[in-house]
Design a protein around this ligand. Structure first.
Ligand code: 8X3
Length: 258
């Protein structure tokens, strides 16, 4: 594990993953849209750990920006051992007949096309070296469809299919592909983004204890730290109080002492 690249590293699961790997890699490439956040995380990590961090601010929805940013990497930084395809979002929670087109396009462009763009650019470098590991951040929404989740679930079902599809294509090049599928995760901007910044609607985690972003980072680290002959393809993660996307025990979170 020398070099890791994390997309969507400015917050939530991406940011937690950066912190989780910081003591275990020599080089880290952090990407996301907000350069100031990437710089702050980078300085913080380099203060406490002996790794080198490069930040690449770009929007995964724009192929030309992805290409320009990744091709700006010096040759030795292109030996990416682990690609964490984390950038993704939910926008809206509405029935199909009234969903907003701009929400659908943003989710399809980020969760699906963005993941494809970054993978298309980096996977040839891995194939050339016959080495690499791609870890996609999918969701339980890629396993179960829930009411009003329509397009978000469709993008995550697509990620689930792509993880399998990438394995078919890349296993013969000795490249590992896996994914983690979390349910609700707090300490991310997920709910605030889904509800267009509406803080009241975003308060959906107050009456139960969801997963936390470091929980997901820990699983990503577990997947990445297996011996090279082991490919963990899929890990589905639920908060203890969630039995499915639509069945949650909302009787409070005191039990967990958090
Ligand atoms: C995040 C989990 O249940 O909001 O992808 O779809 S959920």
């Amino acid at each position: 594990m020398n070099t890791i690249l994390i997309t969507g590293a400015t917050s939530g699961i991406g940011r937690a993953t950066a912190y989780r790997f910081a003591a275990h890699v020599k080089r880290m490439i952090l990407t996301g849209r907000r350069a100031d956040r990437l710089d702050a995380i980078s300085s913080d990590l380099m203060k406490d750990h002996s790794l080198e961090v490069k930040t690449l601010p770009f929007d995964v929805r724009d192929y030309e920006s992805c290409r320009a940013a990744l091709e700006s990497l010096p040759q030795d930084w292109r030996s990416i051992d682990i690609l964490v395809n984390n950038a993704g979002k939910a926008k809206g929670l509405a029935p199909i007949q009234s969903g907003e087109l701009r929400h659908w396009e943003e989710m399809i462009d980020t969760n699906l096309k963005g993941l494809l763009y970054v993978t298309r650019l980096i996977s040839p470098w891995m194939v050339e070296r016959k080495s690499g590991h791609i870890i996609n951040v999918c969701s339980i929404a890629g396993k179960e469809v829930y009411p009003n989740g329509n397009v978000y679930c469709a993008t995550k079902f697509a990620v689930d299919a792509l993880t399998k599809g990438m394995r078919f294509d890349l296993h013969k090049h000795r490249i590992r592909v896996g994914q983690v599928c979390p349910s609700h995760v707090e300490e991310t901007e997920f709910a605030l983004v889904r509800f267009d910044g509406d803080e009241e609607l975003a308060k959906m985690y107050e009456d139960f204890q969801p997963l936390k972003s470091p929980d997901i980072a820990e699983t990503i680290y577990f997947i990445a730290s297996q011996p090279p002959h082991v490919n963990i393809e899929d890990v589905v993660m639920w908060g203890t109080q969630q039995a499915s996307a639509i069945v949650t025990d909302r009787s409070g979170r005191d039990f967990f002492g958090d």
